[in-house]
Design a binder for this molecule. Structure first.
Ligand SMILES: Cc1cc2nc3c(=O)[nH]c(=O)nc-3n(C[C@H](O)[C@H](O)[C@H](O)COP(=O)(O)OP(=O)(O)OC[C@H]3O[C@@H](n4cnc5c(N)ncnc54)[C@H](O)[C@@H]3O)c2cc1C
Ligand code: SF4
Length: 347
């Protein structure tokens, strides 16, 4: 399903308030990508009963698609950003419709184009749906991911998609953008992987992502979640945590958030959401299309994967190596303390 180029983005709402946020069960070992707020909202509505949650999973064979979760025991499969286009099948939408027809409410997570598409398909049930859109800079094609995942399996890095995370954190790193095998705890730097390198430099996205109609402050979801780009202004709230942002775009979204806050599912502090819109690129413009985008998918199809991998890995620059060394010797907590001291001195 893709609604990346609707002629008019109807039904989108303006952001009215925003918070820096963490799940109240935030932990360094979590499978979540940043503050764990998607998981906190998922678990909150499942605890109420009468709700189902749709979101993105990685299957054992590496396929990335949307699934419906009804039991708390399955909530973990939605955790973690999978940086690839997720398949929202008509079967999944049928399952959502059946749940809605039986009187259940639906919490649906997805990229803004997916939320827009889901709303168009399930218009009749709008009152019982809360859409949560992700701030999104783009997605590479599933074909590229299939090859990249196959390579990670061939190399023995991972053998089950459910064990693979795109992001994690440690005592040295608030936000580590590298692959982690969650079971074995071994990691692969993004600079040593063509898929991850080109995802981060925006050169492998679907063409439609470079002219995304949703990369602005008019949002198709009732709530919007993302990485907090103005985190350094709120160091007291999240000194070492990888905090998220949560933006409220409708009364329905605001009510759900307030209820979740009253039950203690999330920790939040109000923040300057207009500053966040300016700081977080995909709240005001689509990703820029690098010249490398012209060739990458031809090379993917024409080159042996090993050769392709070598050509497109960014590799570790000297600057990054030095930065890595500093991080290894000075834990995040100490670096943060120094930063806070400096911040207070300059005030
Ligand atoms: C493709 C993609 C691009 C993103 N780009 C940005 C960005 O440019 N700036 C920014 O601030 N934040 C971006 N994010 C959001 C960020 O990665 C975190 O999801 C967000 O900060 C919330 O973190 P979390 O810990 O609460 O949730 P997470 O653990 O990340 O989970 C978030 C929810 O997203 C859903 N999800 C995971 N992968 C996908 C997918 N491929 N397609 C659809 N839904 C998915 C899951 O169902 C889960 O419920 C992006 C996310 C994705 C998936
Ligand atoms: S950048 Fe836009 S078009 Fe691309 S996946 Fe994200 S929301 Fe959809």
């Amino acid at each position: 399903m893709c609604a990346a180029n609707p002629k008019i983005v109807s039904g989108a709402n303006e952001i009215t308030e925003g918070y820096i946020a963490l799940s109240s069960s935030y932990s360094m070992e979590s499978r979540s990508s940043s503050g764990g707020i998607a998981d906190a909202l998922t678990r909150y509505v499942l605890s109420l009963g009468g709700w189902v949650v749709a979101g993105c999973v990685m299957e054992e064979d590496g396929r990335v698609c949307h699934r419906l979760v009804e039991d708390m025991a399955d909530a973990w499969i939605l955790q973690g950003s999978k940086y690839v286009q997720s398949d929202v099948t008509s079967g999944l939408l049928n399952e959502c419709q059946v749940a809605l027809q039986s009187g259940k409410k639906l919490l649906f997570f997805g990229t803004p184009c997916q939320i827009y598409g889901m709303r168009s398909a399930l218009t009749a049930y709008g009152d019982n749906i809360i859409g949560v859109d992700l701030i999104c800079h783009g997605v590479p094609s599933p074909l590229f991911w299939e090859k990249a995942f196959g390579e990670l399996v061939n190399e023995g890095f991972v053998n089950n998609g459910k064990d693979l995370l795109f992001r994690h954190r440690s005592a040295w790193e608030r936000d580590d953008f590298s692959f982690l095998n969650y079971k074995r705890k071994n990691k692969r730097n993004n600079e040593r992987n063509a898929y991850y390198s080109t995802f981060l430099d925006s050169s492998s996205f679907r063409e439609s992502c470079y002219s995304c109609k949703f990369a602005n402050a008019m949002r198709p979801g009732d709530l919007t979640i993302g990485d907090c780009a103005t985190l350094s202004n709120y160091m007291e709230f999240a000194p070492v945590e990888s905090a998220s942002s949560i933006l409220v775009n409708s009364v329905k979204g605001g009510n759900l958030l307030q209820d979740a806050l009253e039950k203690g599912a999330l920790l939040v502090a109000p923040f300057d959401y207009e500053a966040e819109i300016r700081a977080n690129a995909q709240l005001h413009r689509p990703s820029r299309r690098p010249i490398q985008r012209d060739r990458i998918y031809f090379d993917l199809l024409e080159m042996p994967y090993e050769q392709f991998e070598k050509k497109y890995q960014t590799g570790l620059s000297l600057k990054k190596k030095v930065k890595g060394l500093v991080k290894r010797f000075i834990p995040l907590s100490m670096r943060t303390r120094i930063r806070l001291l400096l911040q207070r001195r300059t005030k």
